[in-house]
Write a protein that binds this ligand. Structure first.
Ligand code: AMP
Length: 467
């Protein structure tokens, strides 16, 4: 028998709110977390955005607040949700309003970068639920405009990202200020040492719930792979963004992932030097910078966004046509999470991976632990010349198809000397992929304004091999 929200013990107002949202079946984290939270237990949830974790802590908390039926405390709140970013705080506050609408609970959110005076005024009489970023919360506490005396439930969401954004001291202070008698729900996607210490300080004998997103790559995402040397990735990225080469689909918004913040900045700087406007989003960027980058990406004014995993987590970026893994993630689930950024809302998406020699182990891990199937693409025909600075990049005239690059036999001019003097491995596939056999040279290559339906071109089949 399938478990329903009713079986988990939620109240009628909450069930009605879920009905309005159209949610019938609890996700795994909701299934595990809701009964424990309803019993008043502390919780440690190891889960990412997309698993339904917001409802997992919000639904039972709303019922706990209803049941206790305490007065709203003056200049304080009954439930506090701490979130790392403005965007996430906004999303959580909206969920709290949606789920708590019929329970009659008052919900507010406070984040940095807005008027402190307004926040002070709106919190003067207190609130049932407050969603806050740690910095703004402490600002108000320091101004004696707010306190945590009335706190019954404390939630830390995306704790690892809060640490990444430098909130460790803020979190330690908030822990000291919060009353000891409370329920704590602690969420983090990863469990580094510092997070474990925080869990030890914040939680009392927590029920542990761990949910990794199903390690399956969405059906609608076509995945491609370039084998390319690390120091040649930038050239490849620029050539792809300019000329698209083998990569199908119209570039609407391209999300590029790097492993590090500095890596993201470097890529953006070089793209800008090459005349390709791009923004970076990562933990070292200020809130206004992040917001501007996101807004420009959403409006497609700057349709290339270079992100780190942590920065991209927890924020909803719609309309991503292509995800480029400039560097492969060292955790296979992260790959699934990254490429899940495309192909949202029933659209087809394209994911491209750049794999350097020393990333082969990551690639193997991804293939072993997820159902990712890559079609390997050859490097552009003029790649060597461009990388070595002796040839211009080809620009496909608008509406004109790029010439398909045919594989050359191994040991051809492509397998030349590397700068380090070693023989370069051919980056060509040994054999053209069977699914492309007998296809016209450009089968499946989308062009701006004249896009073919790739699904039609490839008969809707998933493709594999090459790697
Ligand atoms: P979260 O991990 O909390 O960011 O949630 C991811 C998405 O799943 C959000 O858009 C939620 O509204 C949605 N969601 C949460 N719980 C359910 C559910 N039981 N059924 C369907 N969708 C859900």
């Amino acid at each position: 028998m399938t478990t329903t929200f009713e079986h988990l013990g939620l109240s009628q107002p909450v069930l009605q709110a879920l009905d309005l949202k159209g949610y019938n079946t609890p996700t795994p984290i909701q299934h595990q977390a809701i009964p424990a939270v309803l019993k008043g237990r502390d919780l440690l949830g190891i889960a990412q955005t997309g698993t339904g974790k917001t409802a997992a802590f919000m639904l039972p908390s709303i019922d706990r607040l209803r049941e206790a039926d305490n007065q709203i405390p003056f200049k304080s709140c009954r439930m506090l949700v701490l979130a790392p970013t403005r965007e996430l705080a906004g999303q959580i506050a909206q969920s709290a309003k949606d789920y708590g609408a019929l329970a009659g609970l008052k919900v507010h959110s406070i984040v940095g970068g807005t008027s402190v005076n307004k926040d002070r005024n709106k919190l003067h009489r207190g609130t049932d639920i407050l969603v806050a970023t740690p910095g703004r919360l402490l600002d108000l506490i320091d101004q004696k405009a707010f306190n945590l005396n009335g706190l019954e439930i404390l939630v830390l969401d995306e704790a690892d990202q809060m640490l990444d954004l430098g909130f460790i001291h803020a979190l330690r202070r908030i822990h000291q200020l919060a009353p000891a008698e409370r329920q704590t729900l602690f969420f983090s996607a990863t469990m580094p040492k510092q997070i474990k210490e925080l869990v030890g300080a914040y939680c009392r004998n927590p029920v542990q719930v761990s949910v990794t997103p199903a390690a399956t790559t969405a059906e609608r995402i076509d995945q491609y792979l370039f084998m390319v040397q690390q120091d040649e990735k930038q050239s490849l990225l620029e050539m792809i963004l300019r000329e698209r080469h083998e990569v199908p689909g119209k570039f609407e918004r391209v999300l590029v992932f790097t492993r590090t913040k500095h890596g993201a900045d470097r890529v953006v700087k070089k793209l800008s030097q090459a005349g390709i406007p791009a923004n970076a989003i990562h933990g070292n960027k200020s809130q206004p910078q992040r917001e501007r980058a996101l807004a420009e990406f959403k409006s497609a004014r700057t349709p290339v966004l270079v992100a780190t995993d942590v920065a991209a987590r927890g924020i909803d970026i719609p309309g991503v046509s292509h995800v480029i893994n400039y560097e492969l993630p060292n955790v296979p689930e992260q790959y699934v999470h990254r490429i899940g950024r495309t192909a949202r809302a029933g659209k087809d998406g394209v994911a491209i991976a750049f794999c350097a020699e020393d990333e082969r182990a990551y690639l193997k891990d991804i293939q072993r632990n997820t159902d990712a199937e890559f079609e390997r693409l050859p490097l552009p025909d003029n790649f060597r010349a461009v990388v070595e600075g002796v040839g211009p990049t080809k620009r496909a005239a608008p509406g004109q198809r790029q010439k398909r690059v045919e594989p050359k036999p191994r040991g051809s001019a492509r397998g030349g000397q590397r700068e380090d003097g070693q023989q370069q491995r051919s980056a060509r596939p040994k054999q053209k992929h069977p699914s492309r056999k007998g296809k016209p040279a450009h089968a499946g290559q989308g062009r701006p304004g004249g896009n073919r339906n790739r699904r039609g071109g490839h008969g809707g089949q998933r493709r594999s091999g090459g790697a």
